[in-house]
Design a protein around this ligand. Structure first.
Ligand code: PMV
Length: 317
């Protein structure tokens, strides 16, 4: 039996603009994880994928070519040089909320790639995991930038520019984030599609917003490197303003953001595709509890606290 896991993720800065070649910063969220467990099945029974959380059971032989999990498994088997379908039963579980910006799809795929390669007696280096998971992200997202598969495969904060090798980067002082789930599912494909249509209709305006976001992301990298907590918070607020201009915020998200700031968060913004999904708020040990309560009172389904830059959180699987 082989069990492998993958963490969730959040985008700290630069979502949406990253699709248009600007940089973004993302970090793993080790508190929520997807798990894939491979066990050998009786000879001749073939390969079955069981995702109990979503009530899905798929026989690999019957799965269509565009089934994201079957696709990623076929790619992993090819990577391992396995040509004949193995007799495996693969169970997939996850406590990462679906369609909420925490990278649930990419995490399940990453856990699956790791478990399949390891069960086949192979290494599963981050570059390989990232490359294979990207292929399934294309089915989920349409035109993914590649940031989700990258941060989840490396399980370390990353500086990401589409088409370039990802860079991990220094965090001067670990910082605490409250991640609040609005409970509103937000398929990334939709918000990304809407931004694309708006950009096509008015490229000058949208390019200038993306340009401003890029400046914010560069500033954030410096602030994170220097451990400048106040600056990180202000830059989160500035990024949120630009996300509003892109049309990807929503009244529910604004309510959570306002509540977090009002309760003492140093900054707050949506994270990921937007409309629904999660907001993130920068807190410290003094403000964490108040901010958490304020977020719950403002309608958050659940609030997770995570430390960014905490070595113990990284590369754990
Ligand atoms: O909704 P999420 O967290 O999967 O993030 C999507 C990030 C976008 O920048 C909106 C899209 C992308 O492919 O980078």
């Amino acid at each position: 039996m082989t069990s492998s896991t993958a963490s969730g993720k959040i985008i700290l800065f630069g979502e949406h603009a990253v699709v248009y070649g600007r940089p973004a910063i993302a970090a793993p969220v080790a508190q929520v994880r997807a798990t894939a467990t491979v066990t050998d099945a009786p000879a001749g029974s073939g390969c079955t994928l069981l995702a109990q959380d979503i009530g899905e059971e798929v026989r690999l032989a019957d799965a269509p070519a565009d089934h994201p999990l079957a696709l990623v498994l076929r790619l992993a088997l090819a990577e391992a040089g396995i040509v004949r379908e193995p007799d495996w039963r693969i169970e997939l579980t996850s406590d990462i909320p679906i369609a909420s910006g925490l990278g649930s799809g990419a995490a399940i795929s990453a856990a699956l790639v790791r478990a399949a390669l390891t069960h086949a007696g192979q290494f599963a280096p981050p570059e390989t995991v990232s490359r294979l998971v990207y292929r399934s992200e294309e089915l989920f997202h349409g035109t993914p930038s590649g940031i989700d598969n990258t941060v989840i495969a490396y399980e370390h904060p990353v500086w990401f520019v589409k088409g370039r090798p990802p860079e991990t980067f220094a965090v001067g002082q670990p910082f605490l984030l409250a991640i609040a789930d609005s409970g509103i599912p937000s398929p990334t494909k939709e918000s990304v599609g809407d931004v694309r249509r708006a950009w096509e209709a008015d490229p000058a305006t949208y390019e200038s917003i993306f340009h401003r976001i890029a400046d914010i992301v560069h500033g954030a990298r410096r602030a994170i490197r220097d451990g400048n907590f106040a600056a990180i918070g202000l830059l989160m607020n500035a990024n949120q303003q630009r996300l509003q201009e892109l049309g990807v915020s929503s009244p529910a998200l604004e309510k959570l953001i306002t509540a977090a700031r009002g309760a003492g968060a140093a900054g707050a913004k949506l994270s990921g595709g937007g409309r629904g999904g999660n907001v993130i708020a920068l807190v410290n040990l003094e403000t964490a509890e108040q901010v958490q309560s304020a977020l719950l009172a403002a309608g958050a389904r659940r609030v997770i606290l995570t430390r960014v830059g905490d070595r113990e959180n990284h590369n754990r699987r």
